[in-house]
Design a binder for this molecule. Structure first.
Ligand code: 1CP
Length: 356
């Protein structure tokens, strides 16, 4: 299953490299509008909840056959155009030996938050190579890729700022004050920490691309809490480093990032920008320019509405997406856990009926 098949005249992509998703990331419009959902794995599916009984979240992520099966569930059920690897943004930190658990109903919690210069000095000693070599990740990706055939698998990592927002705080927070404070109180420690997190995320992406993912997404979910000036000075260079040389097409996503959109192109280090539900895609496309694909941006809140309302909204999103060089249909953020899975299946069918 090579990515390209050579003939004497030309090189024609086959397999996932020829899929509508990967072609959209290259800027091509095909006759099929690619659609997948952030957090499509392991959220609203009853078959997921059943599989997870008795297994802690991060243990599930590090059990290859379980992670592979959970990744495949939404692809089988909804007919989406890509799988998203079942894992979590804090998995590479666990692999690096940091004590972290995911508490049900809360999120990632760290036993020892990284707050002082000496905390940072200690943590940056850890060699990210252990993350790059992680066999449970490589094995799970290989299992999924073998099952998916021509359907691409998307790998992912957390962006340095979003990871730092958890690590410095010690758990989920609303305004990520401690991480933002460190940027100004001790810029040297901040850059050391964010630089190390970029190497960890890059290593996590590398493990996934080596094992066969066809695209990667960098989740900077909480970047919207930053001013443009802070984003440029303290965050963008580290996100660029995380994505540099990824070896697969790249998507860069954040929530509440209308004011950061042009910067989220990361000076050409990304092939697509994920847009949340607040910014209409035609407006986003205008701001982003002709060199980048847009991904998004169905409002997750509308998934609870009557079908007629959802259908009109999806058609509007698709219509506005035509302003970009190419469009990958998705939500503006993750699938809410209470979503009726049948609604997602109907949206996929609608997207494929409407086309590009
Ligand atoms: O389909 C998929 O996308 C599943 C794989 C996946 C991904 C891409 C999971 C599984 N987590 C993530 C990324 C992730 N994790 C992000 C970025 C995406 C986003 O913004 O939604 C973030 C911010 C996290 C951190 C995290 N992990 C939270 C958020 C906490 C907060 O600050 O509000 C939570 C609740 C988790 C746990 C988690 N991760 C994944 C699942 C299925 C769960 C729930 C755990 C469980 O079932 O016990």
């Amino acid at each position: 299953m090579g990515a390209v098949s050579s003939t004497t005249e030309s090189v024609v992509p086959v397999g996932p490299a020829a899929s509508p998703l990967v072609r959209a990331l290259r800027g091509e419009r095909t006759d099929r509008l690619p659609v997948w959902f952030m957090r499509q794995a392991g959220r609203s599916l009853p078959e997921y909840r059943e599989l997870r009984v008795g297994t802690r979240m991060l243990d599930a992520c590090l059990t290859p056959d379980l992670a592979a099966e959970i990744t495949l569930q939404p692809v089988r059920r909804h007919g989406v155009d890509a799988g998203i690897f079942f894992s979590d943004i804090v998995v590479p930190l666990r692999l690096a030996g940091i004590s972290v658990e995911i508490e049900p109903g809360r999120g990632p919690v760290f036993a020892d938050p990284v707050r002082t210069a000496s905390d940072v000095a200690r943590i940056v000693q850890i060699d990210p190579e252990v993350v790059a070599q992680a066999e449970p990740i490589r094995e799970a990706v290989r299992l999924v890729v073998a099952e998916l055939g021509d359907t691409p698998l998307i790998g992912f990592a957390g962006a340095p700022f979003t990871l730092a927002a958890y690590l410095v705080e010690g758990g989920p927070s609303k305004e990520h004050l401690r991480a933002r404070a460190m940027m100004h109180a001790d810029p040297e420690s901040w850059h050391a920490l964010a630089g190390w997190l970029a190497r960890v995320s890059r290593a996590f992406l590398g493990a996934q691309t080596d094992a066969g993912v066809s695209a990667v997404q960098l989740f900077d979910s909480w970047a919207g809490s930053l001013s443009v000036a802070d984003y440029r000075a303290f965050v963008a260079p580290h996100s660029r480093a995380a994505l540099a040389g990824a070896g697969a097409p790249r998507i860069h996503f954040g929530v509440g990032t209308n004011h950061l959109l042009p910067d989220m192109r990361l000076e050409g280090t990304t092939d697509a920008v994920g847009v949340d539900w607040r910014t209409p895609l035609d407006e986003a496309a205008r701001v982003l320019g002709p060199d980048v694909t847009v991904q998004g941006n169905i409002d997750p809140a509308l998934l609870q509405a009557p079908w007629e309302v959802i259908e009109a909204h999806v058609r509007d999103v698709v219509e506005r997406g035509r302003a970009a060089r190419a469009h990958i249909l998705n939500l503006g953020h993750g699938v809410p856990p209470e979503t009726d899975p049948d609604v997602l299946t109907r949206i996929v069918a609608l997207a494929h009926e409407v086309g590009v």
